[in-house]
Design a binder for this molecule. Structure first.
Ligand code: OOG
Ligand code: NI
Length: 412
């Protein structure tokens, strides 16, 4: 029986999640179609279209976002994703964003260049910050923790299989199909009724809190294809009558090298759900939490480049000021040590493989029905990167270390 390698499992997992999400959120399928059109047209008219990844890679490229409630759920996610060669990279604290969200996050992704080139699937994974008193009073926190303790997001057998597959560096073909199917099913939208008043109580804290702890299961929050020209994509989606969020998040459109990540999304759509009312009756209603996001990736910035980026974004009109912060060519970007290039070769940029918390919070913000301000208490929750590494039982890689390593490699 033929052997399926970890990267092949990852590619199948990404493809199968994408197929499932398309059946759940039909507008996502439109987004993927338009993305493919844009990418094909862009590749046909731009000589260097593949400088930040082969068309094959980019066509299959997705990131997902999931949200869990407890450190134990997070540890299960880490075990599950390790079977797909996806490991925690970076720590994001969205509680500190301009519009705070009560979660702390990491991204699970392949860490070396070869694996990324084979399939770069990554999943932004957030955990509800129930210990943070700025969002959760003691009584609510206890009830949330109790609710979360009673549920099991992942079948222990699935996690045990994941551990075995990770240790064996793959599995046989028959096992692969069943394993990927069960892993995907763990992220399907549940048909179970939502307790109306519990969901509403959590929504008063944050729509994200309700999405995490208001329901007994988890699901994909969004899945994001990669596009080579996001401005073109935005126009084509709008022309198809799909309502997009107001802006493209991240760096502005500009004639110099694309840096980091630009993202946009269509507005979250009302999805029908079943509710349990206070008098125990069941009713039909809708929730609006899941959306379709799309992103364009640019060159990875060094720490120095990132400081420039943050300064540029903090200026009153980033688009107008961009040229004051960044040079217009890869040669200059490389010469000034602002971005990563393999062996310093400006023709060989290292693509940004991570996320931007400010954009992430902007997307969260644009997609929730309501948001509440956190109260001004001090945070003694202790959530930080070391805390999260402990919860995961794994090191969390520093993205800069990974880019440094890739930049040492010869151009592909
Ligand atoms: C995750 C938001 C982060 C991105 O693209 O920056 C993210 C979430 O909404 O749970 O996916
Ligand atoms: Ni996203």
């Amino acid at each position: 029986m033929s052997y399926v390698a970890i990267w092949q499992l990852r590619a199948r997992f990404a493809a199968a999640l994408s197929a499932m999400y398309g059946t759940e959120v039909p507008a996502y399928t439109t987004l993927v179609e338009v993305t493919e059109d844009v990418n094909r047209d862009h590749a046909a008219t731009h000589r260097h279209a593949e400088r930040l990844g082969s068309l094959e890679r980019v066509t299959a490229e997705r990131h997902g976002a999931i949200r869990v409630g407890t450190p134990l759920e997070l540890a299960d996610v880490a075990d599950l994703f390790a079977a797909f060669g996806m490991y925690p990279v970076g720590f994001y604290d969205l509680r500190a964003a301009a519009s705070p969200v009560p979660v702390v996050s990491t991204a699970f992704r392949p860490v070396d260049a070869t694996e990324l080139a084979r399939n770069p699937f990554r999943v932004f994974t957030s955990m509800l910050a129930t210990r943070d008193a700025r969002f959760f009073g003691t009584d609510l926190r206890n009830r949330v923790d109790e609710f979360l303790c009673r549920r099991a997001l992942f079948d222990p057998d699935l996690i045990a299989d994941a551990r075995r597959i990770a240790a064996a560096d793959g599995c046989d073909a028959e096992q692969a199909e069943a394993f990927v199917g069960r892993a995907v099913a763990a992220f399907a939208l549940s048909r179970e009724p939502v307790d109306r008043s519990w969901y509403a109580e959590l929504t008063a804290v944050s729509a994200v809190a309700a999405d995490i702890a208001g329901v007994p299961t988890t699901h994909i929050n969004h899945l994001t294809p990669r596009v080579l020209d996001i401005d073109d994509l935005y126009q084509r989606m709008s022309a198809r009558g799909i309502t997009m969020i107001d802006a493209i998040q991240g760096p502005p459109q500009w004639h110099g090298p694309d840096v980091l990540l630009r993202q946009t999304s269509f507005r979250a759509l009302a999805e029908s759900r079943r509710f349990r009312e206070a008098d125990s009756r069941f009713t039909d209603g809708t929730l609006r939490v899941r959306f379709g996001e799309v992103e364009a990736r640019g060159v990875a910035l060094t720490r120095k480049g990132r400081e420039r980026y943050d300064a540029a974004m903090a200026s009153p009109d980033p688009a107008a000021a961009w040229g004051d912060y960044f040079p217009t060519s890869d040669d200059e970007m490389a010469a000034q040590g602002l971005a990563y290039y393999r062996r310093g070769d400006p023709a060989a940029p290292v693509v940004y493989e991570d996320f931007l918390p400010a954009s992430a919070a902007g997307i969260f913000r644009s997609n929730v029905d309501a948001d509440t301000e956190s109260v001004s208490l001090t945070d003694d929750s202790g959530y930080d990167i070391d805390w999260m590494a402990g919860a995961l039982g794994r090191d969390i890689r520093d993205p800069y270390d990974l880019y440094d390593a890739t930049a040492q490699e010869a151009p592909a």
